[in-house]
Structures are given as C-alpha cells and as structure tokens.
Design a protein around this ligand. Sequence first.
Ligand SMILES: [Mg+2]
Length: 197
Amino acid sequence: MKAVFFDVGETLVDETRYWAEHAERLGVTPHVVWAALGATISRGEHHRRVFELLGGEPGDEVVYSPEDFYPDALPCLERLHGAGYFVGIAGNQSTQLEEWARGQELPVDVVASSASWGVEKPSAEFFARVVAESGAAPYEVAYVGDRLDNDVVPAREAGLVAVQIRRGPWAHLQVGPEAGGLRIRSLDELPEAFDGA
Ligand SMILES: [Mg+2]
C-alpha cells in the first residue's frame, strides 16, 4: 500500500452533533432526524433526502467542529503520514465542509470533496480521481469508509483496496453481499490491517 484515502462522515468525523444541529435548525428533535436517516438508509436513498422528508433545506451553514473527530482519527492520519503513506481525505461533501477540513491543518497530502471534484461516490470517476491524485496504481491505494454502497463496493470495483470501518448508522444498518474488503472497528488498526489485503 502506498496511499490511503479517507471518507469523512462516520469515518473520521462523528456526525452525531452535526445531525443534531440540523435537527435544531429544522425545528425537530434529534431522534426525528435519526429516524429520517434510518429511512433513507433502508430505502437506499441519498442522505440529502432527509431534508426533503423533514421539509427543509440542506443548510450548508452547519459544519463540523474539531471536537467531532473520532478520537482515533488524528492519531491515524499522523501515524500513516509519518510512515510515508500518501494520505488523502475525500468524501461526498460540500465545499463548506471541504474548507472546514482544510482549515484543520491535518497531516495529509490532499483534502478534496465531491463538490470540488464535480464527481460523487459511488461513481467510478470519483475513485479514478482518488487514484490519479495518489500517483500510485489502483491496487496500491486503500479507500477507508463506513458505507457499503458508497465506499466499499465501488472502491473495490475500481480496483482499490476497500477498507470498511464499522461505525455510524450506515455501517451498522447496510446489509449486502460481503464485498470482500477489509473490515476494521477502529482506525487504530491501520496500517497493520493492510497486511491482510
Ligand atoms: Mg461516510
């Protein structure tokens, strides 16, 4: 493995507070938003559908906060970057969330998003862009994400090494054929888990 790219929501960032803030903005209690998210997951819909279901707008003013990083996120980025891996962050995110990530001065080589690239997961073009940015061959690039449909399956189809981190609502609720990727429960397992690829 030469390069490791990370999804953001529920991979590096715990979105609990983010969605609770959306709930407040939409005038509903947080558990209404959790229920709406669950409905979109079970129907295989885009998470933006939550806002349609609850009669509101996406609201790009809600961004993450540094406290939202999962405790294992920054140590993992530092460890991989320090070990010489090319490290990138690229998820299905707005330009606002990409700017937020850039502002965190993370130990990474690339910060990008679907919004700035103009291609979104699960499209093959998104993962081709990940590979192009890394300068490595597809099989030398790992993509770490929480979702089967947007991360694991399409990354593997694009020839990358898919790593699913099992946390957050999607990873717990999405069921499907075993995609053949690596599975981890914590980012503390990287990079050792690559030995099983
Ligand atoms: Mg995610």
